[in-house]
Ligand binder design. Structure first.
Ligand SMILES: [Zn+2]
Length: 434
């Protein structure tokens, strides 16, 4: 096996290398660590097919990973060695983005070690896993909290019968007819793109392909291809409500995953030659930023009442739906967004062994008002992605708090902050609490 980290000059990362005036640490000393990080992340992908969500870096590093064919224990040991070199404190680089880069490598490697421990058979609790993989501490919310949200929902979908049945019946009234899904999606994507491009400059080469699929545990996915190109897939297993069009267009596309990945590639991979950004390990703190910014991107593109107005005036008519339902649908959506945290609680109880599969499905039916087949699909998602669920809601709230602290009430300042986030290696620890 290759000597994995022998060539990394340890002294270059120390603050004071010689007597007298302290020398500034050498930012270039991070480059070999970054290359080894990429090799190790790609090596993790040999054992965990979902680990490498995207890679568009040099073929030579992939060839090294393939040739090394490291077992999980060796990946973990090598990652631990890199962590030891990086140390527990960030040297006083003059460039704050380099400080962030140092922390990024240190934190991402820490999560890689945790994932390697899990692959080797270690069991972490939901909260331990969330902290170790995503560098975040999801709140514990009580059933009483969710019951109070259900009570609000009860007033929004009045009528006789159980709340879940009334909610599902209402959602049935705002479903896009299958033959119009593509048209409505493309209209939503065009609107999200225009609203994003008014604030964020994207390279002329940026583009995406849209595909429709079935049989996946997720509803939609952005597979970033590199060179400012995304493949966006949308699952058609279940009927699609009209507001999912804006959700998906903003989240997967503009200013969500597509813009995040293209911004990172332009600013850091092409702009600075930071190869570590060309690999995206799914089970890592970067996912909290990715999912959080994608979900908060909906609010960025359509702040306040703008979303409901656009849906009422454009998407509802396009889908042949009654625009008079748009306001009620928006009120229902707000409550369901808050209830999204219920999925965290169900995942925690299921993964910690407090409830079994049937209990988890029943809880999703109760707190997310899902029909049994949809609740079963949610359980499959939890089984596959585990504590990843926190990235959607906690991530969104952490990104929102950070952007709103930076930008205040000024929409342009918020966009500048959001664009800065998308083009930097910021991790949850760089955001502060929600
Ligand atoms: Zn996503």
């Amino acid at each position: 096996m290759r000597a994995l980290i022998r060539c990394i000059p340890l002294a270059a990362l120390s603050v004071a290398c010689s007597p007298g005036a302290p020398e500034a640490p050498d930012p270039a000393a991070l480059d070999p660590i970054a290359r080894e990080y990429v090799v190790l992340a790609l090596s993790m992908g040999h054992h965990d097919p979902a680990y490498v969500d995207a890679y568009y870096g040099p073929d030579s590093l992939k060839a090294v990973a393939d040739a090394d064919s490291l077992p999980v224990a060796a990946i973990r040991a090598a990652a631990d060695s890199l962590i030891a070199i990086l140390g527990d404190t960030v040297p006083a680089y003059t460039d704050t983005l380099v400080q962030m880069r140092h922390r990024y490598l240190r934190t991402q490697l820490g999560s890689m070690v945790a994932r390697a421990r899990m692959l080797a058979g270690e069991t972490l609790s939901f909260d331990e896993e969330a902290k170790a993989l995503y560098d975040a501490e999801p709140p514990h919310l009580s059933d009483a909290h969710f019951d109070s949200l259900l009570a609000v929902l009860d007033t929004l979908v009045p009528g006789a019968g159980p709340l879940a049945a009334r909610y599902q019946a209402f959602r049935g009234r705002v479903e896009i007819p299958p033959a119009l899904v593509d048209t409505v999606f493309k209209t939503a994507i065009a609107a999200c793109r225009a609203r994003t491009l008014a604030h964020i400059a994207l390279p002329a080469s940026e583009r995406f392909d849209l595909e429709y699929v079935t049989g996946t545990s997720w509803n939609a996915y952005n597979w970033y291809q590199g060179n400012d190109h995304s493949l966006i897939q949308v699952n058609l297993d279940f009927p699609i409500a009209v507001d999912r069009a804006i959700d998906l267009a903003c989240h997967e596309g503009y200013p969500g995953h597509h813009v995040y990945n293209a911004s990172l590639e332009e600013a850091l991979v092409k702009g600075r030659g930071w190869v570590e950004v060309s690999v995206y390990p799914l089970f890592s703190p970067q996912s909290l930023i990715a999912e959080g910014s994608a979900n908060y991107g909906i609010e960025m593109a359509f702040p306040g009442a703008a979303r409901t107005a656009f849906e009422r005036d454009s998407l509802f008519p396009l889908a042949g739906l009654d625009p008079a339902l748009a306001e009620q649908n928006a009120a229902v959506r707000d409550v369901m967004t808050a209830l999204n945290y219920a999925r965290n609680e169900v995942a925690r109880r299921y993964l910690d062994g407090v409830v079994d599969s049937a209990g988890a499905v029943a809880a999703m039916e109760r707190y997310w008002l899902q029909a049994p087949d949809a609740a079963a699909k949610t359980l499959r998602f939890i089984q596959q992605y585990r504590s990843y669920v926190i990235n959607y809601n906690l991530g969104r709230d952490m990104v929102a708090a950070w952007v709103e602290r930076q930008g205040g009430e000024d929409p342009d300042a918020r966009w500048r902050a959001f664009a800065t986030l998308l083009a930097s290696p910021r991790l949850p620890g760089d955001l502060g609490g929600p």
